[in-house]
Design a protein around this ligand. Structure first.
Ligand code: NDP
Length: 288
């Protein structure tokens, strides 16, 4: 029950209407009897710094940050978790004694998902060079992948990612490749961190076939960060049809949410409760 002592955790982004985080986090707070409430706020760009400071002034516990503010949030922090410095983006903010402390739990979500997939730690192919791709690249580096291909529609953005990650990729060799080269390389795990697969940004038949061809050849694992509310993405469906080990973006969402929860309240999150909340909403299982 919301009362005078209820603490607030917010999701700040634009848009936020599609987010499953309030559902998942509130289910967890309720399950543990915590007097905390999670609300989503659609914020205009010019108001983002004000929203963050306002939340702190209201005694909020913290916030999740989503598109398009993750990079701006990174710059606004008083303290950054050293593990997310290479990412350059923050998706979780915790207020500690008035200080804005920034984390990136997408890295955790990707790492745990890849561990769950049990993928071979040899060659990885990362699609994308935006915020999600940066988190995925740091996850792959931290997991000790010795070789990472990065392919992005605009290759110069992939080169920038490569450059920015050079200092933390001491044991990972990163090579950028053109999108057209993908069908001709060999890899053990494919991570899609582009927005390809969303209803408004569908895969072309040729791209989907080209990206998966090496995976089928080598029985690689596939992790798609993209998720849709009521069905599997085309990449997940196709990979499953080809009997590859595959996980979709809801798994990453769940795992990053579990870690954010721990940071907000300092307690282990009730994983099954959060998973059930997601499943109930989508009317399907979280892909495993
Ligand atoms: P950005 O906008 O920062 O990056 C988008 C990426 O997608 C860029 O690499 C862009 O390439 C690429 N892209 C877009 N359209 C196309 C296309 N038609 N063909 C090829 N590449 C394309 O977004 P984010 O990195 O923040 O997020 C990417 C996706 O990951 C989103 O769909 C988001 O929902 C998902 N995500 C999921 C999470 C989860 O918990 N499951 C967590 C975070 C993100 P280019 O640079 O050339 O434009």
């Amino acid at each position: 029950m919301i009362g005078v002592r209820t603490k607030l955790v917010a999701l700040l982004g634009n848009p936020v209407g599609h987010s499953l985080s309030p559902l998942m986090q509130n289910a967890a707070f309720m399950h543990l009897g915590l007097d905390v409430c999670y609300l989503a706020f659609q914020v205009e760009r010019k108001d983002f710094p004000l929203a963050l400071k306002g939340l702190r002034a209201l005694g909020g516990l913290g916030a999740n940050i989503t598109i398009p503010f993750k990079e701006e949030a990174f710059k606004a922090m008083d303290w950054i978790d050293p593990r997310c410095r290479g990412v350059g983006a923050v998706n979780t903010v915790v207020f500690r004694k008035g200080a804005l402390c920034g984390y990136n739990t997408d890295v955790f979500g990707v790492k745990k998902s890849l561990e769950k997939l049990g993928s071979r730690k040899e060659v990885a192919l990362l699609l994308g060079a935006g915020g999600a791709a940066r988190a995925a690249a740091v996850a792959l580096i931290e997991m000790g992948y010795p070789f990472l291909f990065v392919a992005n529609r605009h290759e110069e953005r992939a080169k920038k990612l490569q450059e920015d990650l050079l200092t933390c990729a001491t044991h990972t060799s990163i090579r950028t490749i053109a999108w057209q080269e993908i069908p001709h390389i060999s890899y053990d795990v494919l991570v899609n961190a582009t927005s390809l697969g969303l209803e408004e940004n569908p895969w072309s038949k040729e791209d989907l076939k080209g990206c998966l061809a090496p995976a089928i050849e080598k029985e690689a694992s596939v992790l798609d960060l993209v998720y849709l509310p009521y069905r599997e993405t085309d990449l997940v469906r196709k990979a499953r049809e080809k009997r590859l080990a595959v996980l979709g973006g809801k798994e990453v969402l769940l795992l990053q949410g579990v870690e954010s929860f721990r940071l907000f309240v300092g307690m282990e999150a009730p994983y099954e409760v959060m998973e059930s909340a997601l499943q109930a909403q989508s009317g399907e299982g979280v892909e495993a």
